[in-house]
Design a binder for this molecule. Structure first.
Ligand code: AMP
Length: 393
């Protein structure tokens, strides 16, 4: 892996693909964590005596849209980095060309929103080449878009002799490898979320590296129904029942233990307000639907989590958005934190489990929380991400 620590950027202009696609509310940045996450890479280049040209998309503009101009986030970037930033009014136009040409060591230039050009998402070669001419070397630090073969994330790399993983991208890749390639045993995957269909490629891929899989949340009901249980009104996918049985058989063949919930907190409606009751997972009455892992399930999950040395967590084990059904996901999070304190490596990644650890304020108590939703899921599915391959070729 070509990391930026192996290179001196003295007098070099580095074009850095960052992920500054931050949430905005009335032109104000409401969560700056992506900017914070990119700052170690930027600071390394500046402290070497180099200069930075930052490139990113912001939102999904259709053509030029001043509401999604990088000018909206300039102040926040300056505050996070603690230095003045030069803003270019265009991406590959005259302003970008002259400002990058005149850029001095120690200076940072932020180009306008890449997606003001359709060529960005189209992966246009000529556009990527124009961008590449602005700098001497290329760094990708945008894990969140590494699964896209866009001009700035993938295509551009071919125009550089010197191309590198930024510090954030490096951390993401190492964390995934720590689970998928070199996880200390026992390795556990906790999978939850609404639907089994979206998780199948992950289950199939991780089966070869894990010792245990906890299957919780909405996706567990397809397994329970396939095994002959009564699941009431619980979410499930009839067309996936055979797949669920295949997974159970494959796990048996590979000596992987699958832990399904044994009881479940149910409600008469999909809201915080329905009548609540706890049932065995395979004996849910018709009028009820499963909303959260029950107490006996949580005891079983906790024991498995505390016995594991490597933990991957993707997906909540209940409808954690409703306060009455957040206990299961919070308990799983607490157990992951305890296991981490005891020396386990824990990676939380992919959409809603990240939202859950943030909601319960556990993000600093696990080993790593991935910044990339889709990119993380594709990595767990075993796919090689185009943005990463481009740095290796
Ligand atoms: P996913 O994006 O597939 O990881 O799904 C995350 C969503 O699954 C969250 O919004 C949860 O509310 C939802 N979820 C978890 N458990 C259940 C359940 N028992 N019934 C319905 N939805 C659930």
């Amino acid at each position: 892996m070509n990391t930026i620590d192996q290179f001196s950027f003295l007098d070099k202009k580095a074009i850095i693909r960052v992920d500054f696609n931050v949430p905005l509310n009335n032109g104000e940045v409401t969560d700056n964590s992506r900017i914070v996450a990119a700052s170690p890479t930027i600071k390394k280049i500046i402290s070497d005596g180099g200069s930075c040209i930052l490139i990113s998309h912001l939102g999904r503009p259709k053509g030029i849209d001043q509401n999604l101009s990088m000018g909206n986030i300039l102040k926040e970037v300056e505050d996070v980095l603690g230095s003045e930033i030069i803003l270019s009014k265009d991406v590959v136009g005259p302003d970008a060309k002259s400002k990058s040409k005149n850029l001095k060591p120690g200076e940072i230039l932020l180009l306008e929103n890449l997606r003001f050009h359709n060529e960005e998402t189209e992966g246009d070669i000529a556009f990527a080449e124009e961008l590449s001419k602005l700098a001497d070397c290329y760094i990708n630090d945008a894990f969140g878009t590494a699964h896209r073969a866009h001009a700035s994330t993938t295509v551009i790399a071919q125009f550089f002799e010197h191309k590198f993983f930024g510090k954030l991208l490096e951390k993401e890749v190492l964390s995934i490898d720590k689970v998928m390639k070199s996880g200390e045993k026992p390795v556990l995957a906790i999978l939850g979320g609404a639907k089994i269909s979206t998780k199948i490629p992950i289950v199939e891929n991780i089966m070869d590296v894990v010792d245990d899989i906890i299957i919780g949340g909405g996706m567990s009901f397809t397994f329970v129904k396939a095994l002959g249980g009564s699941i009431g009104n619980s979410i499930h996918e009839d067309e996936m029942m055979n797949t669920a049985l295949d997974i159970l058989q494959a796990a048996k063949n590979k000596n992987v233990k699958i832990h399904l919930p044994v009881d479940v907190v149910c409600s008469t409606e999909f809201s915080n307000d329905g009548k609540q009751n706890i049932f065995d997972i395979d004996k849910i009455p018709d009028k009820f639907e499963g909303m959260d892992a029950g107490p006996r399930s949580l005891e079983i999950f906790k024991e498995v989590i505390l016995n594991s040395k490597t933990i991957l967590w993707n997906g909540p084990v209940g409808v954690f958005e409703f306060s009455n059904y957040s206990n299961g996901t919070k308990s799983v999070g607490d157990a992951v934190v305890t296991s981490t304190k005891n020396g386990a490596f824990s990676l939380v990644g992919g959409g809603d489990s990240v939202a859950a650890v943030k909601k319960f304020d556990l993000q600093n108590s696990v080993s790593y929380v991935s910044t990339g939703g889709g990119a993380m899921l594709e990595s767990l599915e075993g796919k090689k991400l185009p943005g990463i391959s481009a740095l290796e070729n």
